[in-house]
Design a protein around this ligand. Structure first.
Ligand code: NAD
Length: 496
């Protein structure tokens, strides 16, 4: 069944100090499933406007930091209710501008709200001042807000990866300037404005643009914390831009997450086969934590590939994001589609076998949108670009391995270390998992299916710095302030 999409065009404007700012020029956001359809318009924010937003956030911080955690929680809970009430409209907008199917867009709101609620439930205890009475006197440890947070989010989960920053930053008493990605700015902006409607002017500001505005946000002296999710290459620019003023930062970056299937994995387990296919292709493979390379023990390799293709052909239905039969929509943008296609063609030239997966529900739509046929890549070398690069799209290589030392080495030699998964008998899988360099390792599931917002999420090595989610995802927006009251005021070894 295809739901009728609301064709209304949505225009968003920069939101600074509680006011919409009329822009001189705007950009159009097209629908990736039907690029001739304009979903809405977003402004070209100037560097000067971005600076004004930062100054507004710095001004608001002076009073906002004195608000009680209770007040912040009450405001955030009201915002959550408003988002819930507007969920259908937000989901439709997100699906039209991003290309993800409706169920997947609902999933994004589900995860966003789950995290926001968790953050509200935990904020009081996580941010509570600690008073330690001890032999040496008394020590008070408080969790103070850092100041103005520049929050920069990517296009793949624009709402979840904006709210993952907004909620804890505000609950901890900071103010924020959000910059969503130009590839999916509209729904994130709507959600940010809903939240802003419950907070004093200047506490949340929203600006638009790409690297130019990004540089302003990450180098401005009044910004004291950067919360960035995006590519590793971009993060390198951000680190340089921030170095002049030494900013606190949380960086959630790229991944090349491996799924490892042990000899004890049952290839006849159809539910598990469905789970790995979803772990490779949900959101058209455009998730940081999607399983992007699959290693299978040689003893089960042939049977695995056969069962994988059956499961993939059952689950993957490429079509209109508004059709309830669709499991996979288009790639979000042409640049990304060409990049993924290039990786697959390169693998083919190197001798790999490329197997198309799934059924195309609507050939005409497929040809008009930024669609790409999902593929399985076999017979490639462990060092081919399709294996070692982050593809971030609907293709996955499956490779055999002979022993655990080899697969651990292949896993760990990556520059990335975001998530991974191990599939097979639980104790064998946990034992292998302990040897992997990754922020999260999931057992017998992968990607968002194994995500738990109550625990910290982030990457080893070039997959990032710091953690989001869990108590740490709230504390990361604070500075520890220690007030020491020693009972021995004069040290005995310092001469009179
Ligand atoms: P990107 O790095 O191209 O862009 C991310 C954001 O940074 C955008 O808002 C962009 O406008 C902005 N930006 C670009 N240049 C900038 C600069 N010089 N200074 C400041 N900001 C700048 O990433 P993308 O293509 O939007 O997203 C895909 C990448 O994000 C993938 O690598 C993916 O793995 C990663 N990602 C990571 C996580 C995670 O939690 N680790 C989650 C989602 C996506």
């Amino acid at each position: 069944m295809t739901i009728q999409a609301n064709q209304e065009k949505v225009t968003v404007e920069a939101f600074i100090n509680g006011q919409h700012i009329k822009s001189l020029s705007q950009l159009a956001k097209e629908n990736p499933a039907n690029p001739s359809e304009i979903v809405g318009y977003f402004p070209v924010t100037t560097k000067e406007q971005a600076a004004t937003a930062i100054e507004a956030a710095a001004g608001a911080f002076k009073t906002w930091k004195q608000s009680s955690v209770e007040e912040r929680i009450i405001r955030m809970r009201k915002a959550i209710e408003k988002i819930r009430a507007a969920e259908n409209d937000i989901v439709h907008l997100l699906s039209r501008e991003h290309g993800k199917p409706l169920y997947d867009a609902h999933g994004e709101i589900f995860v966003s709200l789950m995290w926001m609620e968790f953050a509200c439930n935990e904020a009081t205890s996580v941010l509570a001042e600690e008073i330690h009475e001890h032999d040496h006197g008394k020590t008070i440890v408080s969790y103070d807000p850092i100041g103005v947070v520049a929050a920069i989010s990517p296009w793949n989960y624009p709402i979840a990866l904006s709210t993952i920053k907004i909620a804890p930053a505000l609950l901890a008493g900071n103010t924020i300037v959000l910059k969503p990605s130009p590839y999916a700015p509209l729904a994130a902006a709507k959600v940010a404005e809903i939240i802003a409607s419950e907070f004093p002017a200047g506490v949340i500001n929203v600006v638009y643009g790409d690297a130019d505005v990004g540089v302003e946000l990450t180098s401005h002296p009044l910004v004291t914390k950067i919360a960035f999710t995006g590519g590793t290459a971009t993060a390198k620019h951000i680190i340089k831009a921030a170095s002049e003023t030494i900013k606190d930062m949380t960086l959630e970056l790229g991944g090349n997450d491996a799924a490892i299937f042990l000899e004890s994995f049952d290839v006849h387990d159809e539910r598990a086969m469905r789970r790995i296919v979803i772990s490779n292709f949900l959101t058209t493979g455009q998730i940081c934590m999607i399983a992007k390379r699959v290693y299978v023990h040689r003893s089960i390799y042939d049977a695995f590939v056969e069962k994988y293709i059956e499961a993939a052909n059952r689950w993957i239905r490429i079509g209109d994001p508004f059709d309830s039969n669709t499991t996979i929509g288009p790639v979000n943008n042409l640049k990304q589609r060409d990049y993924v296609q290039g990786l697959v063609e390169d693998a083919q030239k190197r001798g790999a076998k490329v197997i198309p997966l799934g059924q195309i529900l609507d050939q005409k739509l497929f040809e008009q949108g930024y669609y790409l046929q999902p593929t399985l890549v076999l017979d490639c070398d462990v060092h081919d670009p399709i294996v070692v690069e982050e593809q971030f799209g609907p293709t996955v290589p499956i490779l055999p391995f002979d022993d655990e030392d080899q697969v651990v080495r292949l896993h760990n030699e990556s520059i990335y270390g975001l998530t991974s998964s191990v599939w097979g008998k639980e104790e064998d899988a946990i034992s292998l998992a302990r040897q992997l360099e990754a922020g999260t390792t999931m057992i017998n599931t992968a990607a968002v299916q194994g995500l738990d917002v109550r625990f910290p999420f982030g990457g080893f090595k070039q997959s990032g710095i710091g953690r989001e989610y869990g108590a740490e995802g709230i504390r990361t927006y604070t500075e520890k302030h220690v007030i020491n009251v020693p009972n021995m005021l004069d040290l005995p070894y310092i001469p009179e």
